[in-house]
Design a protein around this ligand. Sequence first.
Ligand code: NI
Length: 233
Amino acid sequence: MCLIDEAIAYIRELFKENADGHGFDHSMRVYRNAMFIAEGVACDRQIVGLAALLHDADDYKLFNTAENANARSFLAEHGVDRETAERIIAAINAVSFSKNRDRKPETVEGQIVQDADRLDAIGAVGIARTFAYGGKHGRSMDESVEHFHQKLLLLKDMMNTAQAKKMAEKRHQLMETFLRNWEKENEWEVIIMGPKDKEQEWTDEIPDEEEQDNEYEPTYRDGSAKNECWEET
Ligand code: NI
């Protein structure tokens, strides 16, 4: 078995009880995204692949390990030399959103894996993962929707590589469409609280893509005209 296959078998076992979107399937999508991005970039593909597969092997949300103990012991047990192992660990540590909010990873391999991980937080999979994770941690659906505004809508402008920027654009648009329709379908509040604008008729129709504003406005929830209007009634 090659090292990549060994790593896949290792994380399949490691994540076997996890079903909140941070498990085996997530790591496999990150691996696939990373290898796709790596095709157009001068980099060490072995480091990209192993860092992608092992990037959540010591995630603090799931494992109580220190100093990347799981990833390190996998690499040592499979005969990866020390220098290569350190480069893989450095790429893994560059991925975390909370640890690296304003910092771009120093190595190209780290940049690729960070992009690959962020791509899996947006788009159709990102939407599903947000609600799966929120549900598991007792968050309401509205609280999960807030997470789009606080984090997920920012990610497309934070990609390191040109390929990831391109991939993020489509996924971002899908989230905007989702949020517009989410708000549309939640307009039942109008029935109880009165229409926000008496002139405006309530409709169940979802506007055509072309008729929709291209720019979604995340400020909408933070004191926009619509919210103020609701408070008055
Ligand atoms: Ni991840």
